[in-house]
Design a protein around this ligand. Structure first.
Ligand SMILES: N[C@@H](CCC(=O)N[C@@H](CS)C(=O)NCC(=O)O)C(=O)O
Length: 213
């Protein structure tokens, strides 16, 4: 059987989610690095694979899948072990709310193309651009902390990893790169620390990727 190919970039937090998901499901795969810093996501060759010009993109089972959460959902539907979202409808809604707080309300505002547009077309100074980043991350993480805290365990929901942790860990990695203080989020930090000790999360870390440069 053909091995899946993950088109990713070591620092992309959306691709980092998929690396964690593949690891949790025990799916082996090959990498194709799309260097976002060099703009390779805009190349015609990559756009032929993903017209959106974004990573991640996963070639698997004869399909070309895009959107990290859709890819996680595909993997979850194909592999029963370690479900990413609980079956109970109320728990499921809670975990999805945690994941979407990161994926829909934090990440898109601090994506590379948004920051580049601010600095380029809109002429925003570097310091103001960094303020923008930190403002939206801090506001989003504060909300996430409040929503997660009552039902968190070692992970963001209970004591097993879920889609919420798959989204959280890359976002915190990203926040640290931009020196966002994380002291005010003890629940998020606890889940992040637990995840750091889990082999699937550890193997997905940007520092562990071959194209780490
Ligand atoms: N909603 C998409 C977001 C994908 C995305 O924004 N990827 C970023 C890296 S984290 C990217 O490829 N950015 C390229 C750019 O901004 O030009 C997903 O979850 O897959």
């Amino acid at each position: 059987m053909t091995r899946p190919i993950l088109h990713d970039y070591f620092r992309s937090s959306a691709a980092y989610r998929v690396r964690i998901a593949l690891g949790l499901k025990g799916v082996e795969y090959d990498h194709h690095s799309v260097n976002l810093a060099r703009g390779e996501q805009k190349d015609a060759a990559f756009r032929a694979t993903n017209p959106q010009g974004l990573v991640p993109c996963l070639e698997i089972d004869g399909l070309v899948l895009t959107q990290s959460l859709a890819i996680c959902d595909y993997l979850d539907a194909k592999h029963d072990a370690l479900p990413f979202v609980p079956r109970d409808p109320a728990d499921r809604a809670h975990v999805l709310a945690l994941a979407l707080t990161v994926a829909c309300d934090i990440h898109p505002l601090n994506n590379l193309r948004v920051l580049k547009y601010l600095a380029g077309e809109l002429g925003v100074e570097e310091a103001a651009k960094d303020d923008w980043y930190r403002h939206w991350v801090a506001e989003g993480l504060a909300a996430l902390e409040a929503i997660a805290a009552p039902r968190a365990g070692a992970f963001l929901f209970g004591d097993a990893p879920s889609l919420a942790d798959i989204c959280l860990v890359p976002q915190l990695y990203n926040a640290r790169r931009f020196a966002v203080p994380l002291d005010a989020y003890p629940t998020l930090r606890r889940a992040d620390e637990t995840a750091a000790g889990h082999p699937a999360f550890a193997a997905a870390h940007p520092d562990r990727q071959e194209q780490n440069s």
